[in-house]
Design a binder for this molecule. Sequence first.
Ligand SMILES: Cc1ncc(COP(=O)(O)O)c(C=O)c1O
Length: 481
Amino acid sequence: MWKPDRKSNQPLYQQIADDLEQRISYGEFPPGSLLPSERKLADQLGVNRSTVVLAYAELRSLGIIESRSGSGTRVSRTKWGATPKHTPNWHRYAEGGNFLPNLPFLRRIRVALEQDPSIIDFASGELAGDLAPIDEINAIMNEKQNTSYWGYDNPQGYMPLRQALVSFLKEYRGIHTTESSILITSGSQQSLYLITQCLLSPGDAVAIEDPSYSYSLPMFQSAGLRLFRLPVDERGVQPEDIRSLFKKHKIKMMFINPNFQNPTGTLLAEERRKKLLDVASELGLPIVEDDPFSLTAYKGTPPSPLKSSDAIGSVLYIGSFSKIAASGLRVGWMVAPHSVVERLADARQQMDFGLSVVPQKVAATFLESPFFDPHMDRLRSTLLYKRDLIIEVIQKEMPDLVEYHIPDGGLHLWCKIVPEVNDTKLLDAAIQRGVIFVPGSVYGSDSSYVRLTFARARTEDIHTGISRFAEALRSTLEIEN
Ligand SMILES: Cc1ncc(COP(=O)(O)O)c(C=O)c1O
């Protein structure tokens, strides 16, 4: 977001007035629309409220905006909307469509992170700079490109990346597939979106883990799906639960994140994997295996995906570069039967003509480069270091207030707050102290859980972040009791 330049010779209020005038003239704030309150804008821009009062006074004197007591400050209709021209009611349009807005907690987190970049971030589910292969990717991007044509590519994905993935999936994930069974997507998120939009219909019942990353996605509700819960214990979901849900609700598909699950970090137990595949094949039930974390296993051989034992083709396998390399590349993939890949690639052609070739080239080169293995070794050992560090500090700062299961892979620590706590108040108290996390209710749990992501914060900030969190928790518990 734009911020006034404190080094400029122009007064801050004048810069703010000029910026607002420009945004109004571009139609960002149409005639009659409500502008942010003085306090809110001051918070957003990091200035005193009196500076915004002056900026608004300047715009009022020019007739650009109008203030009426009790109804806030609005863009003037007389100046900008001289009748008989009518501006469309963009508010009403913005509320239309089938896509539901994000969950309020997630919007609150996004705004807090935008407003204060120095906040210690235990909320974003991604890698910090010390875990991502920044130098390696920069080196690949700086290589001279000898591409002679930059036209539309195959919406199914750039062929050299699909070829690189065939070898990668065989070598690292034990999955045997072909280029024609792979669809490249804009992260795993788009795979989930395509599945909910193209393979399911409104009213269909689907089973998801409880808690689950899927609960944080209104995309399931936007697609009109009915969600049913499969409780996750410390060994994952119980295969028999899917059988009873199937009978009761005619479940059409099951979504599962079996390896270092988001948010709990659990690993689906070996005997349950086998049983789950047996139950799915008996019922003819498709399983969507969302597997962004398995290669982060801190020690030993990473767990095998369900897909590697899927002899009859029940599993749609989703992978991504986000949690092992760089989420900003937006490179993900799906391995699926050819008919599914064709259907989804056709949808991609209608939606966006496929992912940009540029990140696909980077991903293909990185996967086949000598950088990949050393990067993965460093990623695993640094994640382990950060996991141990966060646990050590939690033990020091709030040993009797939280319980957790220690994950063997992934980016998150799922914590139960032992005394009951109001998560809205806890999040506010944490943000005030300069630290942020995701309340467990976002993932369908009750409010006594929180997800602390240790991968995103800088190693040197983990101690301070947990101290701040502990302080926020104590103050929330004191207020409540
Ligand atoms: C389980 C799971 N699936 C999918 C995603 C989406 O990731 P991306 O679209 O960046 O690959 C995430 C992101 O946090 C996740 O945790």
